[in-house]
Write a protein that binds this ligand. Structure first.
Ligand code: PLP
Length: 360
């Protein structure tokens, strides 16, 4: 068996020990005689699995007691509608910070439910920056302020938590959740699809402050009413049981690595290796401003894009896959989430040097 270094933006690489454990437990979970996939979500085995996953997540992120953790479905794209349906609370508009493709998707969807004010935008920089907090023209009457903490496509990431006063801060953290410690108490709600840094596609994580629950629009589907989901401990409908199980194994793996502080260190070291090399040569370049470069998704361009396909082919021959950039950006993108070992980034940089020596 040969495992590649998988630089996919999502669904993305998972920690190998997690996959091995899942394989070992596939036919018989802990003497139950069943695969987790075959368990009733209301049986004692699965209830224990879900409770353990939630407890580990709460521990990793130090989630305060007045926040609910919800295991949902539909992905972050569904949350772009579910969040406004739940969080308007009688208000009529939402403030958005526009930092790229994923913010734009959130904005477009929210317009179906509320007035939308784009109170700051990085459009003028070609989405290579994060607008400084001082430039945001926030409305104190807004239902909430929405940010995307890490733009998976453009590769810009917040390296600060914005202060937004009494208006709840909502963040799409799909692609940087659990990559570093976060002060959850600064947010009204955090959401993300699992398939970047948490586990398999199909699970959506929502962490929401309790006082924001209970005012969903009457048209909200029951299965997407956060209060209903919370009151039923994410078991109003059948949750994505296997994905929750794998997420729990990933949480345990992160804890065993030393938790989120250790993850942040590991991720910063990997990203520095790649960015330092990009900055040291004119053959490659990072389009993103230095102070907001993503530690998770690193887009880069070759000096001559005619070499792109040769670069990708050579990478694949060396066991490095999914480096092609998003179609809207072009070039390359290396996604280096928690599960990407330092050895993967070292191999990538070694190959980039080799390729430059051949073609530079
Ligand atoms: C991947 C991603 C999404 C889309 O998630 P789905 O699971 O496809 O709904 C949304 N926002 C961000 C920041 C992402 O990285």
């Amino acid at each position: 068996m040969t495992r590649v270094f998988n630089f996919s933006a999502g669904p993305a690489a998972l920690p190998e020990p997690v996959l091995r454990q899942a394989a070992a437990e596939m036919l018989d979970w802990h003497g139950s005689g069943m695969s987790v996939m075959e368990m009733s979500h209301r049986g004692k085995e699965f209830i224990a699995i879900a409770a353990e996953a939630e407890a580990l997540l709460r521990e990793l992120l130090a989630v305060p007691a007045n926040y609910k953790v919800l295991f949902m479905q539909g992905g972050a794209i569904a949350e772009n509608a579910i969040v406004p349906m739940n969080l308007l609370r009688g208000k009529t508009s939402i403030d958005f910070i526009d930092t790229g493709e994923w913010s734009k998707k959130s904005i477009k969807e929210a317009k179906r439910y509320a007035g939308v004010n784009v109170v700051a935008s990085a459009a003028a920089s070609g989405y290579t920056t994060i607008p400084a907090r001082a430039e945001w023209k926030l409305d104190p009457g807004a239902a909430y302020v929405h940010i995307c903490s890490n733009e998976t496509i453009g590769g810009v990431e917040y390296h600060f938590t914005p202060e937004v006063g009494d208006v709840p801060l909502v963040a799409d953290m799909s692609s940087d959740i659990l990559s570093r410690p976060v002060d959850v108490s600064k947010y009204g709600l955090i959401y993300g699809g699992a398939q970047k840094n948490i586990g398999p596609a199909g699970l959506t994580l929502v962490i929401v402050r309790e006082d924001l629950l209970g005012s969903a629009l009457p048209s909200t589907p029951s299965a997407f009413d956060f209060k209903t989901v919370a009151d039923n401990e994410s078991m109003y409908n059948t949750p994505p049981t296997y994905a929750i199980y794998i997420a729990g194994l990933v949480f345990a793996w992160i804890k065993a690595q030393g938790g989120l502080a250790a993850m942040a260190e590991h991720n910063a070291a990997k990203a520095a290796l790649l960015y330092d090399y990009l900055d040291s040569t004119a053959f490659y370049r990072s389009p993103v401003a230095r102070d907001c470069r993503s530690l998770m998704n690193v887009p880069f361009k070759l000096k001559d894009e005619a070499l792109d396909s040769a670069f990708l082919k050579g990478a694949e021959a060396r066991g490095m896959v999914q480096l092609k950039g998003h179609r809207s950006v072009g070039g390359m993108r290396a996604s280096i989430y928690n599960a990407m070992p330092a050895a993967g980034v070292q191999a990538l940089v070694a190959y980039m040097k080799e390729f430059e020596a051949q073609h530079g």
